[in-house]
Write a protein that binds this ligand. Structure first.
Ligand SMILES: C[S@@+](CC[C@H](N)C(=O)[O-])C[C@H]1O[C@@H](n2cnc3c(N)ncnc32)[C@H](O)[C@@H]1O
Length: 307
């Protein structure tokens, strides 16, 4: 455990993932290095672990660990570049602990928190093309409403998008306060509802800025390609939209037949299944873990195996 981030379901993930201590593994979300350390603790001296993060602060945080442990290879990169670091059929396991770290949320200047006066940034790393403010200014009202609808299942996404676009045109230096006032104006929330609504508004914008749904699909697809037969992939998601993106990507790899639905007969050979579920239902954290780490409350762990 570090102050940077407290890992969720740490030992459970290591139990599912590391079955051959001498094999190669991928941690696609280094963060504060909590899961990375737990995986390294299970590896033999000839095992190896590649760890990625798109955030240079995460890479810097684990610099000493990477310098001391020759089994660990750290790279600053998004999921969509996994194939550059992991050869096809080379991995015994891959981990994706999705979303933002506690460190990213706590650093006011990063703009992930809805603390008053915080900048509208929300970039997880330099590969994101624009800050939240730049994206909010450049997107259309339809695109913004779509982000609220698809990334956060928000009702009244259209009037909220319209209100935000109008306010952006009126304010010289927009901050998190603009989003708070827009939420207050559209939803007229009770005090106990405001934080939940703001969290969903921030989540929707953050997911666009960091292209999170595309990254999940591309990253999991690349990881499946990099897994050897019998290799496993563990994914921790923290909200329903993230979990849906994971489930839908995996579902494509669980199909035997990949013919277009319009075809009357199968022409693909029907032997395309690449993954099977290791656990039927996603695993959740225990009450004890949630009491110690509230972030674990919404966690869902999915585990798949390459067939
Ligand atoms: C929940 S934290 C991971 C915490 C980590 N497992 C630990 O134990 O400290 C998620 C991390 O993944 C990184 N991340 C999220 N999406 C990413 C992506 N598409 N590519 C690379 N890194 C990503 C974030 O920058 C963040 O540091």
């Amino acid at each position: 455990m570090t102050d940077y981030h407290r890992p969720v379901l740490e030992q459970e993930v290591a139990d599912y993932l590391v079955r051959d201590p001498s094999a190669s593994y991928l941690d696609a979300t280094l963060g504060g290095g909590g899961h990375t350390r737990a995986l390294l603790a299970r590896l033999a001296p000839d095992g190896s672990l590649t760890a990625l993060d798109r955030d240079p602060e995460a890479i810097a945080h684990s610099a000493t660990l990477a310098a001391q442990d020759m089994r660990l290879h750290v790279h600053q990169a998004p999921f969509s570049r996994i194939a550059e670091f992991c050869a096809p059929d080379s991995l015994a396991g891959a981990l994706f602990d999705l979303g933002v770290s506690s460190h990213q949320l706590d650093e006011r200047a990063r703009g992930f928190s809805f603390e008053s006066g915080a900048p509208l940034d929300m970039r997880m790393g330099p590969d994101a093309e624009s800050s939240a403010l730049e994206w909010l200014k450049s997107c259309t009202e339809e695109e913004l409403a779509g982000a609220f609808h698809f990334n956060s299942d928000l009702d009244r996404s259209r009037p909220l998008a319209r209100r935000i676009k109008i306010m952006l045109g009126e304010e010289a230096l927009p901050t998190s306060d603009l989003l708070r006032r827009a939420v207050d104006g559209i939803y007229r929330p009770r005090d106990n509802e405001r934080a939940g609504l703001l969290a969903r508004v921030f989540q929707a914008i953050r997911m666009e800025v960091n292209r999170e749904r595309d990254e999940i699909r591309l990253g999991l697809t690349a990881a499946v390609g990099a897994l050897a037969k019998g290799g496993r992939v563990c994914v921790l998601s923290y909200h329903s939209v993230e979990d849906r993106a994971v489930k839908e990507t995996f579902a494509d790899f669980e199909k035997d037949c990949v013919c277009p639905p319009a075809l009357p007969v199968c022409v693909c050979g029907g032997k395309n299944r690449q993954l099977r579920k290791v656990i039927r239902k996603p695993q959740e954290a225990s009450a004890e873990e949630i009491a110690m780490n509230p972030r674990a409350r919404s966690a869902k762990l999915r585990v798949m195996e390459k067939v």
